[in-house]
Design a protein around this ligand. Structure first.
Ligand SMILES: Nc1ncnc2c1ncn2[C@@H]1O[C@H](COP(=O)(O)OP(=O)(O)O)[C@@H](O)[C@H]1O
Ligand SMILES: [Mg+2]
Length: 500
């Protein structure tokens, strides 16, 4: 049996009697010389630079790879001029070796080793580099993976950058009513000034859209737009969300730490939605960040300078929160430099047909369903609705009608859920058992009310099952035949192929 160890280099000759191998200093010198010579023979490239990173020596093969005819053409030049992407200069500056690295080069990268050269006093006087090229073959799979990862990273970064760009401009703010025009005028003016903007207005009026538009019309347009919805993030996570966290700051933060939104928005705009919901401790920290234009990641004692424009929005009465002591007045004044009020839908009802048209087109595009129009009765009904949820509610109503009705021209009847008084289904949707009290004359006919309820339920089930009767029947716990009969009796269109 052969129990010999497989050494990566030829075994030492057993006769250690050669005179130059007797004293330690000479052994060391021999070893170094032999190491250098072996590497030089094995390697595609060897290079030595001085303390100014100028090439003092380079071998023939290597210099040719970078388009020079002879070593003499490269000697005396800065190493970066000959080898793009090299880190030899870095090794000279830091005095630290880079034992293994990949140097990008055409047509194939090199695996390289770079070592500092020091004089007897330990001063760095230059660096030596070895480039393995022929030996890269076994590393090919690894390198392939690395390039794939690099590509994926570049793509992800590009996608993120696109996402951080503003999605909307003022031309996306549909409306020509005086209230809408005035808002757009003020918004464009605010965009030119680089101040903090406070957007006021009920929920669903388009504050977020306006924030995007202000950013897009500002000098920061090609920098990131980053949004944080204060109301949507638990209080305990908000600080990290805003300011970031140092690596291992607390359990739950990934090992690498986390970048805060302030830092992400650097150079651009930070949109703070529902600012009124900010917990008091964080209000103080936010105020400091705004005043100092710097942030301190959680668990670090590092401050980071940031340059961000703040646009804050609130759907609650912030002045009242200040009066109640729930919102710091100093922060309020800091935010309220320039305020814009986005009007509620009921104050610009003349925009309703145009807005609906725009939203219906958007729904058709998104869902692939045919584009719907509104007839006069539908517009009349929509005009009479109070719209507490504003344009967001309008969008929901239009979406629901599109899903529940087959008509290409939607009429008032297709918006049954909007007109509770006209639709005698009291308490039908209310399963809590606490139906509102009814006046005697409002009590509906039992049979009609049940039929209405059934009709609505079946329509909803069909819409949820993309019009597939068998699936809707199963979900409803009905036989398929029973459901078909009910559909016919109640005059419900199933829409599309499923009816066949
Ligand atoms: N003027 C407008 N034109 C077109 N769509 C609008 C307009 N205002 C709001 N919307 C739409 O209404 C919805 C709610 O708007 P959003 O900006 O989120 O409101 P807010 O932030 O005030 O709650 C979004 O889908 C938005 O695209
Ligand atoms: Mg909002």
């Amino acid at each position: 049996m052969n129990a010999r160890l497989d050494l990566p280099f030829p075994p030492m000759p057993l006769a250690l009697t050669a005179p130059e191998l007797v004293d330690f200093q000479r052994v060391r010198e021999r070893a170094m010389q032999s190491l250098f010579e072996s590497l030089e023979n094995l390697c595609e490239g060897t290079i030595v630079v001085d303390r100014d990173s100028r090439i003092v020596w380079i071998n023939d093969r290597y210099v040719k790879r970078f388009g020079f005819a002879t070593p003499e053409d490269a000697i005396g030049k800065k190493v970066e001029e000959v080898i793009p992407n090299t880190l030899m200069g870095e090794v000279v500056r830091s005095g630290k070796p880079i034992l293994l690295d990949i140097l990008e080069a055409e047509p194939m990268p090199f695996v390289v080793t770079r070592l500092p050269l020091k004089d007897d006093a330990g001063e760095v006087i230059g660096a030596v580099g070895f480039a393995l090229y022929d030996k890269l073959q076994p590393l090919q799979p690894l390198y392939g993976r690395l390039s794939r990862l690099q590509q994926e990273l570049a793509q992800a970064q590009k996608k993120l950058a696109e996402e951080r760009r503003a999605k909307y401009t003022f031309s996306n703010f549909v409306g020509i009513s005086p209230a809408a025009m005035e808002l757009k005028r003020q918004g464009r003016r605010a965009a030119r000034l680089d101040t903090t903007v406070l957007l006021l207005g009920e929920t669903g009026t388009g504050k977020e859209l306006v924030a995007h538009a202000i950013h897009a019309a500002s000098d920061r347009a090609d920098k990131p737009f980053v949004g944080v919805n204060v109301a949507a993030i638990p209080d305990t996570l908000l600080e990290t969300e805003f300011f970031g966290a140092a690596p291992g700051a607390y359990t739950g933060v990934d090992k690498k730490g986390r970048i805060g939104k302030f830092e992400l928005a650097h150079g651009g705009t930070l949109f703070l939605d529902e600012i009124g919901d900010m917990p008091p401790t964080l209000q103080a920290k936010l105020l400091r960040a705004l005043q100092e234009q710097e942030v301190e990641p959680v668990g670090s004692n590092r401050v980071i300078k940031v340059d961000v424009r703040i646009i804050a929005a609130t759907s609650v009465d912030l002045a009242k929160r200040v009066a109640d002591g729930r919102f710091r007045s100093d922060l309020y004044y800091r935010l309220n430099v320039l305020s814009l009020t986005v009007p509620p839908l009921r104050q610009r009802l003349e925009d309703l047909p145009m807005l609906s048209e725009h939203i219906l087109e958007n729904i058709a595009q998104r869902t692939g369903l045919p584009h719907r129009e509104l007839d006069a009765s539908a517009i009349e009904l929509l005009r009479r609705s109070p719209w507490p949820g504003n344009i967001r509610e309008l969008r929901n109503a239009l979406e629901q009608a599109t899903l529940l009705s087959d008509h290409l021209r939607l009429s008032a009847a297709d918006f049954a859920s909007l007109a509770p008084a006209a639709e005698p289904v009291p308490g039908a949707a209310d399963t809590s058992g606490t139906a509102a009290p009814l006046a005697p004359q409002d009590i509906p006919n039992y049979g009609e009310a049940i039929a209405d309820f059934e009709r609505q339920l079946i329509r909803q089930a069909l819409a949820a099952c993309a019009g597939k009767v068998p699936e809707a029947a199963q979900r409803l716990g009905l036989g398929r035949a029973t459901l078909y009969k009910k559909i016919a009796a109640l005059g419900i269109g199933t829409g599309g192929s499923a009816a066949a």
